[in-house]
Design a protein around this ligand. Structure first.
Ligand SMILES: NC(=O)c1ccc[n+]([C@@H]2O[C@H](COP(=O)([O-])OP(=O)(O)OC[C@H]3O[C@@H](n4cnc5c(N)ncnc54)[C@H](OP(=O)(O)O)[C@@H]3O)[C@@H](O)[C@H]2O)c1
Length: 283
């Protein structure tokens, strides 16, 4: 019986996904009862009004609340009566380690951090991608090593068919920073590019569609290239000095603040290719 505390994007999508994989979903508790009800409708399960009610009907509890709420919630649950048939508590944060659930761990319960490496949106769309998703588990850290850390989650993900990665707890912040750059800042970069297309006179309504083949072919090249630098095209790779000078000039005129970012990204590009022909211009 799987239950979720936190009926947001991740909780709703995982509930739907695990249900499709044949697991029984007990239900949801959330700060806002209406949100718990919405998630229950998706998963044909119960909306609990309190956490103790949820605990009574769970064997595996996923804590899918916002990052900042995990630690406090873990502590709060550890002060409640927890039925002995609860097998595990799992949070899904990419930045917090399993230490966030230390009070529960100290009470003898299995605790895990299982971060799904994907960006969740609408639950129905998210579950289509969840089959391919890797879940990253923290490795055991010193403080927790005496507790019950075992293959429980690995066995669980064998049943769902998901791949599992493990990460040293101490490296988790760096790991999450990498995921943020890949996902969030890609959106930021694209937004910056779309704004420039618009300023260049392109009709706003066609920008996304017109640039999709460029974006999709770039992503395909990245995924399929054995070396990142092989996915790169453009003036820095070609060493086209005049082109880069023109870019910097137009940025200075129209959106000067972006020229700093252009230069910094250009330097990163040179580091990747180990080709510093345009160093003078980008410094
Ligand atoms: N979004 C992603 O793409 C993604 C990807 C990987 C991992 N994660 C991780 O997954 C976790 C959940 O993220 P999310 O995107 O699903 O967030 P979200 O959509 O904002 O949902 C969080 C849910 O937690 C509930 N909540 C917050 N504090 C609570 C508390 N004290 N008690 C009970 N419920 C509480 C909220 O309740 P109400 O709505 O009822 O107020 C909300 O429904 C986070 O740790 C996040 O880092 C997210």
């Amino acid at each position: 019986m799987i239950s979720f505390i936190g009926a947001g994007k991740v909780g709703s999508a995982l509930g739907l996904y695990f249900k499709q994989k044949g697991f029984k979903i007990s239900g949801y508790y959330s700060r806002n009862y209406i949100h718990a009800l919405n998630a229950c409708q998706l998963t044909d399960s119960k909306a609990f009004k309190t956490i103790p009610e949820l605990l009574k009907e769970s064997s595996m509890v996923w804590i899918t609340v916002s990052d900042d709420a995990i630690e406090l919630l873990g502590k709060k649950i550890s002060e409640m009566y927890i039925p002995p048939y609860i097998e595990a508590f799992i949070h899904t944060s990419g930045v917090h380690s399993l230490e966030a659930l230390l009070p529960l761990c100290k009470k003898g319960f299995r605790t895990y951090s299982a971060h799904p490496l994907m960006a969740f949106g609408n639950p129905q769309e998210s579950i289509e991608r969840l089959n391919e998703v890797y879940f990253t588990l923290d490795t055991i850290n010193k403080e927790l090593s005496e507790n019950k850390q075992d293959d429980y989650m690995v066995n669980f993900f064998e049943k769902t068919g998901n791949n599992v990665l493990t990460i040293n707890t101490e490296k988790k912040e760096l790991y999450h920073c990498a995921a943020t750059i890949l996902s969030n800042y890609l959106v930021t970069l694209l937004n910056m590019s779309y704004e420039m297309f618009e300023k260049s006179g392109m009709d706003k309504s066609v920008i996304k569609e017109a640039t999709a083949p460029l974006l999709n072919s770039t992503l395909k090249n990245i995924v399929e290239s054995d070396k990142m630098k092989n996915a790169l095209t453009g003036p820095i790779k070609r060493g086209d000095k005049t082109t880069v000078i023109k870019h910097l000039k137009v940025l200075q005129q129209i959106i000067p603040i972006k020229s700093t970012l252009y230069k910094e990204l250009g330097k990163e590009t040179m580091n990747m290719t180990q080709d510093y022909r345009l160093k003078d211009i980008l410094d």
